[in-house]
Ligand binder design. Structure first.
Ligand code: ADP
Ligand code: MG
Length: 256
């Protein structure tokens, strides 16, 4: 039986990939997330935008416990995040994350970067992990870079390796934190194209990005954050053409 079948179509919350309810977080005295309520359905693509420092990274980092929330509930793929390390590991196996700064291991080849987690976390035989990695490097259109080191690749290529590496774990949900912000302009498109094709294949995605063309193309919903709160959310067309809140209008006026 597949994992999905195991969970059962009728199980409560079965069509919800992520549920955040009443989530608060503080860094010391600083209240960084204020009553976040957000549901991501399976197959849904959500873009999160908002000014620098509004809590976007913190929000998505809470979903795989790179940051810990202090109040409210976060349920990922039916599993509630608690102090229980087993649950945290289980959730991290289902959630892929791509960062602004790629975070590849510089001393490992592209192929080794991709096979590390399948071999050590999934206990996959090396040969099989390498076949899988090559398939995913083909999917992000850089199979010829497999034996190189990250430092020998362009930023756009490194980011595509980071995406392939995440996909090697067969995640149910992909989190992106400004994946194109550190790239030279001519490399942005190749990474966005990869993300668009992933979206079209039905991946559940939560993307922090200010690439509004991308948001229009693939997002089911756009969420705008300011000062640790979700201020507004809407389908992309309505969000961009008819923002409701002053803060949203101000922000869009600055970036569009
Ligand atoms: P965004 O991604 O929207 O730019 P972040 O989630 O990175 O915002 O940060 C939100 C706020 O929390 C910022 O004011 C930032 O300085 C602060 N912050 C982020 N990480 C930490 C941390 N580890 N310790 C203290 N403050 C932090
Ligand atoms: Mg950020």
């Amino acid at each position: 039986m597949t994992d999905t079948a195991n969970r059962g179509a009728a199980a409560p919350g079965a069509d919800e990939a992520v549920v955040m309810s009443g989530v608060h977080k503080w860094f010391g005295a600083f209240h960084v997330l204020r009553d976040i309520n957000l549901t991501v359905k399976r197959g849904e693509r959500i873009v999160v935008c908002g000014p620098s420092g509004s809590g976007k990274s913190t929000l998505i980092r809470c979903i795989n416990r790179l940051e810990e929330h202090q109040r409210g509930r976060i349920v990922v793929d039916g599993i509630e995040l608690t102090q229980d390390v087993k649950r945290i590991e289980q959730i991290r196996r289902e959630v892929g994350m791509v960062f602004q700064q790629f975070n590849l291991f510089p001393h490992l080849t592209v192929l080794e970067n991709c096979t590390l987690a399948p071999i050590w976390v999934r206990k996959m035989p090396r040969r099989q992990a390498e076949e899988l990695a090559l398939r995913l490097l083909e999917r992000v259109r850089i199979p010829e870079q497999a034996q190189k080191y990250p430092g020998q690749l362009s930023g756009g290529q490194q980011q595509r390796v980071a995406i392939a590496r995440s996909l090697c774990m067969n995640p149910k949900i992909m989190l992106f934190d400004e994946p194109t912000s550190a790239l030279d302009p001519e490399m942005v498109k190749e990474v966005l194209d990869t993300m668009v094709s992933l979206a079209k294949e039905g991946m559940t995605m939560l993307c922090v990005t200010h690439e509004m063309g991308f948001a229009r193309q693939i997002a089911d919903r756009v969420i705008f954050m300011d000062s640790g709160q979700i201020v507004e959310e809407n389908a992309p067309e309505a969000f961009f053409t008819n923002p409701q809140q002053e803060r949203t209008k101000l922000f869009l006026g600055q970036i569009l």
